[in-house]
Design a protein around this ligand. Structure first.
Ligand SMILES: [Ca+2]
Length: 344
């Protein structure tokens, strides 16, 4: 099976999602009408998670990801997808701009202004969508602050949501969907779960075990974890991996809360869910490196509609590619040509 490389592939997913709405709203930027053909988009990312930490992608430790596994069973699972780079900001900017880091300018953790290309937030907003984001806000666009309709990091009462609180991700989704409805628009929400990025669950700065108020639904022990072949099997590594896998489970808890909120909203069957990790685990030979486990990502995409389910392991229908060459209607935002997206 060929390797799917970003950023072109996600650009095609965006195209599949937003092009029908452009066709329906030609010359009507910001239209509040809601053609039935316009799906919502829910882009869910996890932070620093290796592809093979997910059950549906071959994790040998049972129970790390029941919610993501269910999502994979309902959608399209890309067994050989890779992000472009093993670091957060360049990876996320490549995905959301459709351009390699050396072409979008975001090759590291710094801001790039005066860009000459659109990013997802621009394209979807121009297409009549309500665009919202939770967490990783400054890492997801070339510069910050950027024009999102809403940042979902805070509750309506101004309380800042904790990144390690799984339930809070469901609250962000509910808040974003409610705001989109109030605006009379379909939604495009980018919900970025903070786990399993360090600090890991219940791990202190020196590797000691500490109290953690944000408990995952399952905690793994050093004795039961599987040690990747690129790490030595010793007690220190096993303890670190136990904290990591518990954090993977907490990330999965967050995904579960997101999907639960989507289901309760009544929008699930009109929503395309895309899931992936920005790069591999924050341990040697993965994050910030260029090894296999640095860039392989557990990409899942699909409409949360049983009628549209293709089953796990299937290749995508080529409908997205048919839209290549489409251009944003004249005079609406900046010109965009998905066929210019790089990668394959
Ligand atoms: Ca990251």
């Amino acid at each position: 099976m060929p390797v799917m490389k970003f950023p072109r592939y996600l650009a095609l997913i965006w195209a599949a999602a937003w092009l029908p709405c452009i066709a329906a709203a030609q010359g009507v930027p910001g239209s509040t009408s809601r053609p039935a053909s316009r799906p919502n988009i829910l882009l869910v990312t996890v932070d620093d998670l290796s592809c093979d930490s997910i059950g549906a992608f071959g994790c040998k430790l049972p129970g790390t990801s029941p919610n993501v596994d269910q999502l994979a069973a309902e959608g399209l699972r890309f067994a050989y997808a890779h992000v472009h780079t093993g670091a957060c900001a360049p990876s996320r900017n490549a995905i959301l701009s459709g351009r390699y880091p050396h072409n979008n300018g975001v090759e590291g953790f710094y801001q790039v202004r005066n860009i000459n290309y659109p990013v997802m937030a621009d394209l979807m907003r121009v297409g009549g969508y309500f665009v919202g984001i939770r967490h990783k806000v400054s890492h997801s666009t070339p510069y910050h602050p950027y024009q999102w309709d809403q940042v979902l990091d805070q509750a309506p009462d101004g309380t800042r949501r904790h990144g390690k609180d799984a339930a809070s991700y469901g609250e962000s989704v509910r808040q974003g969907i409610a705001a989109a409805r109030a605006a009379g628009k379909p939604f495009c929400l980018n919900i970025n779960v903070a786990d399993p990025h360090k600090p890991f669950h219940a791990e202190g700065r020196r590797g000691e075990t500490i109290a953690d108020p944000h408990a995952p639904s399952r905690v793994f022990t050093p004795e039961e974890v599987v040690v990747p072949g690129f790490l030595p099997d010793d007690p220190v590594v096993r303890k670190e991996l136990a904290h990591y896998y518990s954090s993977v489970r907490r990330a999965d808890d967050g995904v579960g809360e997101i999907l639960k909120a989507l289901a309760k909203s009544g929008e699930a069957e009109r929503t395309v869910v895309v899931f992936l990790s920005d790069h591999g685990m924050p341990l040697p030979f993965a994050k910030t490196q260029v090894y296999h486990h640095s860039t392989r990502t557990p990409l899942i995409a699909g409409r949360r509609d049983r009628r549209a389910s293709h089953g796990p392991g299937r290749r995508p229908a080529p409908h997205a590619a048919r839209h290549r060459g489409h251009r944003t209607p004249q005079g609406v935002g900046r010109p965009h040509d998905p066929s210019a997206a790089q990668g394959r």
